[in-house]
Design a protein around this ligand. Structure first.
Ligand SMILES: *Cc1c(COP(=O)(O)O)cnc(C)c1O
Length: 397
């Protein structure tokens, strides 16, 4: 069926690229999306080449395609190819960036209430080694990070502002560009966890003024599992030394010396899953071809439709916050454990997920939430699927 109010996207064609949509209602795109067949074929193709030719030899044959992965990713986020490092997850990318920041005792870190658990654990680990303070910036009345509160908290001792763009546990979109504008006037580095936003909405690192940005392959970008990347802006690149370096990130030039690569790939190691990297490049190309703006408006419209439908189901409470709301729809169902509901729907070929206080403790504790159900829609979902999803949730009560 055609999505009448989104004439730019050919939903039939997008679904044909995603064969599972014929039998599966997939609304777990914030967990792991369905890969377009172009991505899967790229990965399988390289694995087959490695099997035929040998790993090193296959890599040489695909040198051009491999270099193009950096171009494709850079183009998708308004960066330059030398500013991209490939990793095996968003958490890896984030921790590489974080560990490279030259913290000193007395430094301050400002973060978001929506911050992801793994990032916050890294803050706590740094605090075990060195006296640094970590201050969550309060939210405004809409639930997004308050930019004026951030401006009030910034001073010369703030070394890092680390913000989650879209939390794993809700429809919120933090005002990243406004945050970047304020941080740019201070000496602090701006590290944006864009794990849920790349592939879901248009991202331009120049507009966001992010020094560092991290994301994963498997979520809204629809890439292979075990992939991610780190963007490093040129100013940060000059200042940051990777915490781990091998003969790829640096050259051993004399018995007493080495030189680091000058591009962001100083954060990479020699060994990597080349098939997966090529698949990530195919996913970035696919996302660019679909069009981030068209994807974003359709995702938001589908999510609003779901929120409205769930609002009509007795006992269901939508808990999303923020001025701008995205494709992640979170809710609670009276007398129903989120995890049990997820299992029930999975047996009906409907994929949704749940999110607990342990993923975003600052935010969920503040709101008195222990666990929520999370349905995360993508542009390939249909209006009929959204309605069926709301009905299935209502029927589960
Ligand atoms: C999923 C997620 C991560 C972690 O991504 P991985 O690829 O699993 O490391 C980080 N931040 C946010 C906001 C996420 O939703």
């Amino acid at each position: 069926m055609k999505a009448m109010n989104h004439p730019i996207l050919d939903i039939d064609a997008l679904r044909a690229d995603t064969p599972a949509t014929a039998t599966l209602l997939h609304a777990n795109n914030a967990g792991s999306s369905l890969q377009p067949r172009q991505v899967t074929e790229t990965v399988l193709d390289h694995l087959a080449l490695e099997q035929r030719r040998g790993g090193y030899e296959a890599a040489i044959e695909r040198e051009g395609e491999r270099a193009a992965v950096y171009d494709d990713i850079a183009r998708l986020i308004g960066a330059l190819p030398h500013q991209i490092a490939l990793t095996d997850s968003a958490t890896r990318a984030w921790n590489l960036a974080f560990a490279a920041v030259p913290f000193e005792p007395g430094d301050r870190i400002l973060t978001s209430m929506a911050e992801y658990a793994s990032n916050y654990i890294a803050f706590l680990q740094l605090q075990e080694r060195m006296p640094v303070t970590v201050t969550p910036v309060p939210n405004d009345e809409t639930g997004q990070l308050s930019v004026s509160a951030l401006a009030g908290l910034l001073d010369d001792r703030v070394r890092l502002v680390a913000v989650t763009h879209i939390p794993t546990s809700g429809g919120l979109v933090n005002p990243a560009a406004a945050i970047g504008e304020v941080v740019a006037e201070s000496p602090a580095l701006f590290l944006l966890d864009a794990c849920q936003s790349v592939g879901q909405m248009p991202i331009d690192v120049r507009e966001l003024r992010a020094d560092l940005l991290t994301t994963t392959g498997r979520k809204y970008l629809r890439g292979p599992r075990g992939t991610g990347f780190l963007y490093v802006g040129d100013t940060a690149l000059d200042r940051l030394r990777p915490p781990v370096t091998d003969l790829f990130g640096a050259r051993w030039t004399s018995r007493g010396g080495y030189t680091l690569r000058t591009d962001a790939r100083r954060f990479e190691l020699y060994e990597s899953n080349i098939a997966a990297a090529l698949g990530l490049g195919a996913a970035a190309r696919y996302a660019a071809e679909v069009g981030p703006q068209a994807a974003w408006s359709r995702i938001r419209a589908l999510a609003e439709r779901l929120r409205a439908a769930l609002g009509g189901e007795p006992g269901v409470t939508v808990v999303d916050q923020g001025e701008v709301r995205c494709g992640i729809v979170t809710f609670t169902v009276r007398d129903r454990e989120p995890i049990a509901l997820v299992g029930r729907l999975r047996r009906q070929n409907i994929n949704i997920w749940h999110s607990s206080v342990e993923s975003t403790r600052l935010d969920m504790e503040d709101r008195g939430l222990r666990s929520v159900v999370r349905a995360s829609v993508h542009y390939f979902n249909t209006e009929q699927e959204i309605d069926r999803l709301a009905e299935a949730i209502g029927a589960a009560r």
